[in-house]
Design a protein around this ligand. Sequence first.
Ligand SMILES: Cc1cc2nc3c(=O)[nH]c(=O)nc-3n(C[C@H](O)[C@H](O)[C@H](O)COP(=O)(O)OP(=O)(O)OC[C@H]3O[C@@H](n4cnc5c(N)ncnc54)[C@H](O)[C@@H]3O)c2cc1C
Length: 392
Amino acid sequence: MIDAAPDLPALAEKLEAWLEERREAHDALRRPREAFEERANAVRALQRELFDAGFARVGWPEALGGLGGSVLHRALVLDRLSRAGYPGRFLLEHLEILPPALAAHARPELTEELFLPTLRGDILWCQGFSEPSAGSDLAALRTRAEETREGFRIDGHKIWTSWAGWASHCLLLARTGAPEDRHRGLSAFVVELDTPGVTVSAIRQANGTDELAEVFFEDVQVPARNLVGPLNGGWAVAMHILAGERGSYAWLRQAHLLPVLARLAEQPAAAGGEQALGGALVRLLAVRCRAREVLEILARGEQPGPESSVSKILIMDAEQALYDTVQELLDADLALGSADSAWEWQEGYLYSRAASIYGGARQIQLNVIGKLMVRSGESVDSRVRGDEEAQQ
Ligand SMILES: Cc1cc2nc3c(=O)[nH]c(=O)nc-3n(C[C@H](O)[C@H](O)[C@H](O)COP(=O)(O)OP(=O)(O)OC[C@H]3O[C@@H](n4cnc5c(N)ncnc54)[C@H](O)[C@@H]3O)c2cc1C
């Protein structure tokens, strides 16, 4: 139990001691589960315990009920959980991505209401950006928010919305200006998904998991206080989220994948595959170093420039290379279902193919890196908000 953010080595020591103390009690929480609902329940049960013991509040501002410290504290907690054998964060991935943007852009009373229940995993989030005709070209989105006397009325259609089937709240990007205003005519909103007029429709995925959904908004009334950032100022909120997503997500993902690689190396079929395993390890360690630099930028309260897209490229390549190695080494065992937990390897392999799409596709990251490098004389703020980056 902690009630203030210790320095990083002390946090590591306290967390490791707590995890050791809870080891037997957490056997069920660490067990890989094929049924998605069981995974969701396990990850939420762990989050509540982490919150009550202080480890889910460390790294967040004291003014919002956190225990102080920085994103480096949160990164350490995630790293130690993965090392201790806990499965991925699944529907809690948004915890690293949305709360920093809420804290920076939402009205204080809205942030205060949502922050601690979010950290405890009681409020679950989804991110409603992409639409059928607005993915990479996010500034083309058409979901409309009309101002009314009480707030806003929202009509539109989002797609590829991760965890929408589980979420209670959506951070939505909608058009409040004219279509020709592109990214300057967008606003961000918090929408509660049980509001009348919201319909969530699951998308069946190739890997069998229940992550993705379409979300339809029909005459959905949202109070004015749920506007995040200024009217027509949603692009800055979206860029804050995407820069954080590309940066801190890379850390989260490598922390999850290093133990996967260690488990692969233990498979009997991996004997003789030292070179491929070594190659996968080097890629993951490169991501780890790079992602750590981005975390340090975030910890200083700055917004990363091209660094977060570099991390995103490195992690997508590392994840796909790791699962190419899985396929190379376990091929027959996977096909016959005789590999230890064959479903996990198969699910991971298929998900790794999406790594070069979500959070901004590979080509878009390369565009962002190239453009920001060319314009490196300008301030980061003007660079991340520029017209040319009207892509996710
Ligand atoms: C697993 C997963 C989870 C996701 N979760 C979410 C979520 O929670 N919320 C959300 O809002 N969205 C989510 N998405 C959607 C994701 O952000 C989009 O799929 C992504 O931005 C690409 O958009 P698109 O699918 O419309 O493809 P398109 O934009 O149509 O792109 C198709 C191809 O064209 C390339 N391309 C497009 N424009 C250019 C260009 N200017 N230069 C060079 N190449 C270009 C792309 O790189 C890509 O290869 C998720 C996607 C996946 C796969």
